[in-house]
Design a protein around this ligand. Structure first.
Ligand code: HEC
Length: 451
């Protein structure tokens, strides 16, 4: 009961403090600006010091109760507390001396006023810092750019998203900044020590800090997501956690709160992925096969293989290592294929449209490991048995077979190309039923059958 009353009085502190501030400023203003002070004015000034003292005393007393609840950092509170006490002491001494009709010289009087104002500024400033955060005053000056987000992830790490962990790189730095001052090995308010992963999970005297999989049973999450005026809201002073910090914390706990959970898991959750992109500059989009591939650049000698005028070719990346090669003559022969095998690592797109390609020729294509797009449409001699060789192509995304003589049997080989995304089979011998059953087994492949 008593502690509840004290808590209540403590909560009145921020209200009461404004009384002595107003009264002392008015009193000093009267003292400074009223030149000829008769007795009544002197009495008003003495009364002003008295009321400053009286309201100031209440403010100090209530402030003491408030500071005792553990919600403020000892290091922050000390200066505020003792300059407040000194200020009220000054109010008291001046009032008593004036009450006893002690006459101050002009210069002493001025020093007294200045001292009171100085102590007022110090006390007020440190009080404001505790309630509004350290940079409150300067941050809000016009023309000062606010710091938007604290990004603790280095440039280098940011480009290698596989090595970034949700807890270590996103969650823990927030705890360190906003909670650790009150929850560490030495200072464990509520029995909670937040200096290690294990002790955070374990929690304090009221239960688990983190209940893996259940944010709403995790005290650490509950406390930061209360409404800010809730008595149990954390952190009790200073700047609360931002929306993205709370959302990432919730998502992490929801997904098992593992210490080594990679941020790339956010790919499954577009909202979180977007937050990470905006707040931490993390680009989590999946890289395509080609983006992850580093190929050697070709020498002059290598390029000789392509000098054959029956081929046209170009580089498809600025680093000049991926080749797009097209055969342009009417009839292809085995030596043509052997020739471009000299740059087989680098051929990523290959176009052998309408050049009398046959099943035997297709065997040579399995030698191109980085082939991602292959066009062999309009070759009437390509049949199911030739397609078998293509299953060796581990990175093939797109395959154009329209106008060949393949049938439903080709789908067996085609189903073995795990990387396949797009397949053109119109104007062949495949049946709508064959396409249908292939799509059912391989929903990831887009099949262009049509007419
Ligand atoms: C200025 C000091 C201070 C800061 C900063 C602070 N806390 Fe607290 N915390 C306390 C005090 C005092 C208590 C005990 C009273 C209570 O339960 O409200 C407490 C209690 C808790 C409890 C309940 C422990 C239990 O089992 O009873 C949790 C959970 C908690 N804090 C989480 C946090 C988190 C998370 C942060 C950072 C976002 C944080 N605190 C920052 C002072 C602080």
């Amino acid at each position: 009961m008593l502690s509840e009353i004290l808590d209540f009085l403590g909560s009145l502190h921020p209200l009461i403090v404004h009384l002595p501030i107003g009264i002392i400023l008015l009193t000093i203003a009267i003292d400074v600006f009223m030149r000829n002070k008769n007795n009544s004015i002197q009495r008003v000034i003495t009364m002003g010091w008295f009321f400053s003292f009286f309201s100031g005393l209440l403010a100090v007393l209530f402030g003491w109760f408030l500071g005792d609840n553990g919600y403020y950092l000892e290091s922050q509170i000390t200066i505020h507390r003792w300059s407040g006490v000194a200020l009220v002491g000054v109010f008291f001494i001046i009032w008593i001396l004036r009450y006893l009709n002690f006459r101050f010289s002009r210069s002493t009087n001025r020093s007294i006023n200045m001292t009171a104002i100085f102590l007022l500024l110090v006390t007020g400033h440190y009080g404001g810092e505790m309630t509004h955060g350290q940079n409150y005053l300067f941050e809000n000056l016009p023309y000062v750019k606010k710091k938007i987000s604290v990004m603790s992830i280095s440039e280098v790490k940011r480009s290698e998203t596989d090595s970034i962990f949700v807890y270590e790189d996103l969650v823990y730095p927030v705890f360190e900044e906003k909670c650790m001052a009150c929850h560490n090995q030495n200072q464990t308010y509520g029995g909670l020590n937040m200096s290690s992963f294990e002790s955070i999970v374990k929690g304090g005297k009221s239960g688990a800090g983190i209940q893996k999989g259940s944010p709403f049973e995790s005290l650490v999450y509950k406390r930061v997501s209360f409404p800010q005026n809730h008595p149990k809201f954390m952190p009790p002073t200073g700047v609360p956690l931002s929306y993205d910090q709370i959302a990432i914390l919730e998502w992490w706990i929801d997904n098992g709160a593992e210490r080594q959970m990679p941020v790339t898991l956010a790919r499954k959750e577009p909202k979180i992925q977007r937050l990470m992109e905006l707040q931490y500059g993390l680009d989590l989009r999946e890289k395509s096969y080609l983006e992850t591939l580093k190929l050697r650049t070709l020498s002059q000698n290598d390029l000789k293989a392509l000098e054959d005028e029956r081929y046209i070719w170009r580089f498809i990346n600025p680093e000049e290592s991926f080749l797009d090669v097209k055969f342009t003559a009417k009839k292809i022969q085995t030596p043509d294929l052997l020739n471009i095998q000299k740059v087989k690592e680098n051929v990523t797109w290959l176009n052998l449209t309408d050049c009398m390609l046959n099943d035997d020729h297709l065997n040579y294509l399995s030698a191109f490991p980085n082939l991602t797009r292959l066009k062999i449409q309009r070759n009437q001699s390509v049949t199911d048995s030739g397609i078998e060789a293509l299953k060796e192509l581990k990175n093939l995304n797109e395959l154009n077979l329209y106008g060949t003589r393949i049938s439903d049997a080709a789908f067996i080989s085609l189903g073995k190309i795990k990387s396949l995304k797009k397949l053109f089979v119109w104007n062949t011998l495949v049946t709508p039923g064959g396409i249908q059953s292939f799509i059912e087994q391989h929903p990831e492949v887009e099949v262009i059958g049509g007419l």
